[in-house]
Design a protein around this ligand. Structure first.
Ligand SMILES: NC(=O)C1=CN([C@@H]2O[C@H](COP(=O)(O)OP(=O)(O)OC[C@H]3O[C@@H](n4cnc5c(N)ncnc54)[C@H](O)[C@@H]3O)[C@@H](O)[C@H]2O)C=CC1
Ligand SMILES: O=C(CO)COP(=O)(O)O
Length: 338
């Protein structure tokens, strides 16, 4: 069993679930929580009061509110906060790193305006250091609620160097958390991020009771759409049939645990996006990612009709049924373009 010093930056749902996995895998685990009371309760009561509070955390997991103190002598730093916070947080902790740590992000998203993926942001922020070879992501179908109960889960460690991917794999591996590796970092990241848009769409289909046929069509055509984007960005097509493409798409479009699907479901029932977001204490990445991907598709002239439809529903007040009508009445096409 590996035994590394690992800090998880972010004590939300996934950070908490991964702390348990990393502890089970035999590592020394620390968490950084933005909220002081969360850090205190993890240390004193061994629960996270705000996220997955039905899970007893091992006493060995220590939590900090002070980032600098937390990062001393670490072998790996795992970023588990929402994607839009990564650039700033990574910039803040850069001076606290000593140069050898593996940096892993589990946040799924594409930055607004720059269209950078999470690993690309880390590479950019760490510029001037030796970190590019040490950067990776851990993506795949892995709802925190199930990971935290140690239910069987499979994910993918993708990194710019095989050595780094293998270290991530070895560090997280447990009998209930199986980690594959893949060197197609961009393919893994596009699948893991764009599926959140499709999950919002799947939720709308369920909320508006548009039927199972529509849901199957959406998942299948959604996969085409994410693949089209990925291939333009240099991804490998097989990655989209894997855990971080098809796998994550299935779980997020169908699971009641999915926050993105639940945003869509509530929109399908007639609620307004702002009210839904205000009522949630968790992040639904697909909302911001819809904007990034729609802007990217326009800029690069790539056909992404489902993304455009979801954008119009989320940000232009278009009724989901009208958006669906638009999708269904597009020019007839070949299913597969060879
Ligand atoms: N929850 C899940 O099942 C999974 C989540 N992910 C990804 O992991 C990332 C984090 O997700 P969750 O843990 O579910 O989110 P969450 O909403 O449960 O928790 C987010 C955490 O980040 C902290 N945070 C928010 N804004 C911050 C800021 N500006 N600075 C510092 N900390 C901040 C919050 O206090 C909270 O501790 C997301 O990108 C998500 O897509 C990936 C796989 C599974
Ligand atoms: O990425 C996830 C599961 O793999 C979590 O999805 P949600 O953010 O929609 O809950």
């Amino acid at each position: 069993m590996s035994k590394r010093n690992v800090t998880i930056v972010g004590a939300g749902s996934f950070g908490t679930a991964l702390a348990l996995v990393l502890d089970t895998a035999g590592n020394n685990v620390q968490m950084w929580a933005r909220e002081e009371n969360i850090a205190n309760q993890i240390n004193e009561k061994h629960i996270n009061p705000s996220y997955l509070n039905d899970i007893d955390l091992p006493e060995g997991i220590k939590a900090y509110n002070d980032l600098e103190q937390c990062l001393k002598s670490q072998d790996m730093v795992v970023f588990a906060t929402p994607s839009h916070t990564l650039r700033e947080l990574a910039g803040k902790l850069k001076p606290c790193l000593d140069g050898h740590e593996i940096l892993v992000t589990v946040a799924k998203g594409i930055e607004n305006d720059t269209f950078k993926t999470m690993s690309q942001i880390l590479v950019e922020v760490m510029e001037g250091t030796t970190y590019e070879d040490n950067i990776g992501v851990l993506y795949g179908p892995s709802h925190a609620e199930e990971v935290g109960k140690l239910k069987p889960t499979t994910v993918v460690a993708a990194a710019y160097s095989t050595r780094t991917a293998r270290i991530i794999q070895e560090t997280f591996l447990t009998p209930m958390f199986r980690v594959y590796i893949n060197n197609d970092v961009i393919g893994v990241e596009i699948g893991g991020s764009v599926k959140n848009i499709m999950a919002i769409a799947a939720g709308i289909v369920d909320g508006a009771e548009l039927g199972d046929n529509a849901k199957a069509a959406l998942i299948t055509r959604g996969l085409h759409e994410m693949k089209r984007m990925g291939l333009m960005m240099g991804a490998h097509s097989d990655t989209f049939s894997g855990l971080t493409g098809m796998g994550d798409l299935i779980v997020t479009c169908t699971s009641t645990h999915s926050r993105n699907r639940s945003v869509g479901f509530r929109i399908g029932k007639g609620e307004k996006l702002d009210d839904i977001i205000d009522s949630m204490n968790m992040v639904a990445e697909g909302v911001k990612t819809t904007k990034s991907v729609r802007d990217w598709a326009i800029k690069n002239n790539v056909e992404m009709p489902i993304t455009h439809a979801i954008y119009s529903v989320l940000f232009e007040n278009v009724d989901p049924r009208d958006a669906l009508y638009e999708l269904m009445t597009r020019d007839p096409k070949d299913e597969i373009v060879m």
